[in-house]
Design a protein around this ligand. Structure first.
Ligand code: S3P
Length: 171
């Protein structure tokens, strides 16, 4: 499969809690490709955590860094890339991904997303009195855009390894 992909990267998109990082890491192992996590790369480049970037510089600054980091990672050659939930909403980023990769939307239900993000509540967008309401709103705003990804994988309750197998099958 890696040979068949040529120079194209596999780019995971979808909401917070969809499993992009975990699935991405395992997918990369399965395909013998390097794995990169855009959120981690942004943190490394900025020398601070994402909550710190949001708090000190604001979301717009974060989005700018996110766009540049993803452009750089896609130039590195074929990788599996987990993006932050908002990355695919940027038109330029979508164009870059379309040029250099295959986008894969990990789709999950509200219940599952909320269960997963509750475990690790470091996401600035969810630091408010109604994170579930926020998540619903993000689903409404983002699903039409995520739906333009090349491949959609319904992750439901499936264990991550099943999701990886479903992606490999869909490639
Ligand atoms: C965001 C998702 C986060 C992170 C930032 C903003 C979003 O990444 O990039 O907190 O806008 O949905 P994950 O999807 O990996 O949680």
């Amino acid at each position: 499969i890696s040979r068949q992909l040529g120079m194209r990267s596999l780019v995971l998109v979808g909401l917070m809690g969809a499993g992009k990082s975990t699935v991405g890491r395992r997918l990369a192992q399965a395909l013998h490709l390097p794995f990169r996590d855009a959120d981690h790369e942004i943190e490394a480049a900025a020398g601070m955590t994402i909550p710190e970037i949001f708090a000190i510089h604001g979301e717009e600054h974060f989005r700018d860094g996110e766009r540049r980091v993803i452009a750089r990672l896609l130039q590195e050659g074929p990788i599996v890339l987990a993006t932050g939930g908002g990355a695919f909403m940027n038109e330029e980023t979508r164009k870059r991904i379309a040029e250099r990769g295959i986008s894969i939307w990990l789709k999950a239900d509200l219940d599952i997303l909320m269960r997963r993000v509750r475990k690790r509540s470091t996401r600035p967008l969810l630091q408010n009195p109604d994170p579930e309401g926020t998540m619903r709103r993000l689903m409404e705003q983002r699903y039409p855009v995520y739906a333009t990804a090349d491949i959609t994988i319904d992750s439901h309750e499936a264990p991550h390894d099943r999701v990886v197998a479903d992606i490999v099958k869909a490639l």
